[in-house]
Design a binder for this molecule. Structure first.
Ligand SMILES: O=C(O)c1cc(=O)[nH]c(=O)n1[C@@H]1O[C@H](COP(=O)(O)O)[C@@H](O)[C@H]1O
Length: 285
């Protein structure tokens, strides 16, 4: 069967992502159950508190928002009980038609990367999600097993390129021996992976909404995950300055700003809808 004729569930990630953003708006809600948010929601700092918080977000938003990005760190904090919540939340979100990017920023030598790929990207993996954040600092080529598994499963990757934290440029703006910056080399690698994509490829970059203009070419024919909105100071209006003509491919991600509206489901839905509307206008959805 040709790619375009396949049912949506078995389409490559980039195609599913564009369809979901067209349908529900571009907002990605980050699920970052910080200790202070559990406290603010009146929940204990335990695995049970984590579960109530996470399923509260899932129940309120799974049918309204296109993309979710659970932050693995805050689930790992509670060991296997926390990982079980991440697993369940991922299943429930996907069952409700949302896409899940697990933010685990994995990166290792190729043979170990294959283990992460089996956990997060393989169709029957225990934490199977739609896309995974990965780190390229062991060399872009070290990501190959994850790239292969993503292609086989119709999943995607988001590779760190220009991160939102102030320390990022120390490495990311440094020049490689071949000439481009480290970030530029990552973007070049992604452009190559997406070369055959008609609209949006499955291999994306992480580019912080806070980075201002860098002179890097962000047109990689793939999605640009933009965290740093809200709590870190990035705004919807500022996205055009950072992304220029590539702004249409941005997946704007916001965690604390939306989560702080909880625990009420209606308040969470209102916060997500407001945010989604602002991004729709800027990104042209
Ligand atoms: O990969 C990420 O999502 C990420 C990359 C980056 O450059 N900056 C960044 O903040 N993030 C993540 O995005 C989320 C931001 O959360 P808020 O600042 O609360 O919206 C956190 O889970 C971060 O780990």
């Amino acid at each position: 069967m040709r790619e375009r004729e396949r049912p949506m569930s078995s389409q490559p990630f980039g195609i599913r992502l564009r369809a979901a953003m067209n349908q529900r708006g571009p907002l990605c809600v980050g699920i970052d159950p910080h200790q202070h948010l559990l406290d603010q929601w009146g929940l204990p700092d335990t695995a049970e508190g984590l579960a109530s918080f996470t399923y509260g977000v899932v129940d309120a938003l799974a049918e309204h928002v296109a993309v979710f990005k659970p932050q693995s760190a805050f689930f790992e904090r509670f060991g296997s009980a926390g990982i079980a919540v991440l697993e369940q939340a991922t299943i429930r979100l996907r069952d409700a038609g949302a896409l899940v990017i697990i933010d685990a920023k994995r990166g290792d030598i190729g043979s170990t990367m294959a283990g992460y790929a089996a956990a997060y990207l393989a169709e029957k993996g225990p934490l199977a999600c739609d896309a995974l954040t990965v780190s390229p600092y062991l060399g872009f080529g070290s990501l190959q097993p994850a790239i292969d598994e993503a292609r086989a499963a119709g999943a995607g990757l988001f590779v760190l390129a220009l991160t939102s934290n102030p320390e990022g440029p120390q490495f990311q703006s440094a020049r490689t021996t071949a000439g481009p910056t480290v970030a530029g080399a990552v973007l070049d690698g992604l452009r190559e992976l997406n070369a055959d994509a008609e609209d949006l490829g499955s291999f994306g970059a992480v580019v912080g909404a806070t980075i201002k203009s860098t002179g890097e070419d962000l047109d990689i024919r793939g999605p640009l995950l933009a965290p740093g909105l809200g709590a870190q100071g990035g705004t919807a209006a500022g996205l055009t300055e950072v992304f220029g003509t590539a702004v249409r491919n941005v997946v704007p991600s916001s965690s604390r700003e939306i989560l702080a509206a909880g625990p009420g489901a209606t308040a969470l839905q209102d916060a997500a809808a407001r945010s989604n509307d602002a991004f729709r206008t800027v990104l042209g959805y």
